[in-house]
Design a binder for this molecule. Structure first.
Ligand SMILES: [Zn+2]
Length: 142
């Protein structure tokens, strides 16, 4: 892949997976926070950091994102990450999609916590999602 194309690809990843500065201090949404903490307790041994998670208007097609500054590649400091979930899924009928998104983003936070190479939905992230699926995290969600 030519360097210019690689850069474009990397920037796309950065936008979609949040290697961008999070917005200023933001309070968590109580419902999203509860789901995140339930996921943390059930599947991550409470090792994910207590980070802001909130609804936000995101670009069309983006369900959610984990944004972490100083993480190119991931730097192991997930404490500075934030999770944003598209407000499109805030309506009652679509809440299961939001729960799914919280689990998805939790695996990204885990990648940041372990300073794994930026591979987006690569092997480590896939392993995390499979672990959650095997543990029943997606029961009633798929
Ligand atoms: Zn993702």
């Amino acid at each position: 892949m030519p360097p210019s194309k690689m850069l474009a690809w990397a920037l796309l990843l950065a936008v979609q997976h949040g290697v961008v500065m999070p917005s200023p201090v933001h309070n968590s949404d109580p419902q999203l926070k509860a789901w995140y903490q339930e996921s943390n307790a059930a599947y991550f041994d409470n090792k994910l950091p207590d980070i802001p998670i909130y609804w936000e208007k995101l670009p069309s097609g983006v369900y959610a994102e984990t944004a972490c500054p100083l993480s190119w590649p991931t730097d192991g400091n997930a404490d500075l990450c934030v999770i944003r979930v598209s407000e499109v899924f805030r309506q009652r009928a679509l809440l299961p999609i939001a729960v799914h998104a919280v689990l998805h983003e939790s695996c990204h936070v885990e990648d940041h916590r372990h300073a794994r190479p930026l591979d987006s939905h690569g092997d480590q992230w896939q392993a995390c999602m499979l672990r959650l699926a095997t543990a029943g995290a997606f029961k009633d969600l798929w």
